[in-house]
Design a protein around this ligand. Structure first.
Ligand code: SF4
Length: 119
């Protein structure tokens, strides 16, 4: 009898442990994919038009875009990267903000942090 109770207690503890691990993994997975729950808002674009933006990415273009750390990026100047210029023109035409995350022509500019593209 005591042996059976011991087995039942062990089984219950094993079940509780499995549940704890399962819930723990689910929590970790949700933390890792928190951005799956998307939130959106509107803001005023450079064109003075109201546009939609994902709330967690609002104002983060320069933090994400490779171009701002690239030697070939010369916005508004002759000799600007052809790809970046075309992308800029599409953005102007359609009121978009499009960071470049991947580019085979990227060349890191070690002095990029000294630039201020607003001037
Ligand atoms: S080469 Fe690529 S990363 Fe560099 S400015 Fe052009 S598009 Fe941007």
């Amino acid at each position: 009898m005591e042996y059976a109770i011991g087995i039942m207690i062990a089984a219950a503890l094993a079940f509780l442990l499995a549940c704890t691990v399962w819930v723990g993994l689910a929590v970790i997975r949700n933390i890792g994919t928190a951005s799956v729950v998307r939130r959106f808002e509107t803001c005023i674009h450079h064109s003075n038009l109201r546009v939609w933006v994902r709330s967690d990415l609002k104002g983060k273009h320069r933090d994400h875009c490779l171009c701002f750390d690239c030697k070939k990026f010369r916005p508004g100047l002759k000799g600007n990267c052809h790809t970046a210029q075309m992308l800029y023109e599409v953005c102007v035409e359609h009121d978009l903000v499009t960071p470049v995350w991947e580019c085979r022509k990227f060349e890191q500019d070690p002095y990029a942090y000294e630039r201020n593209w607003n001037q």
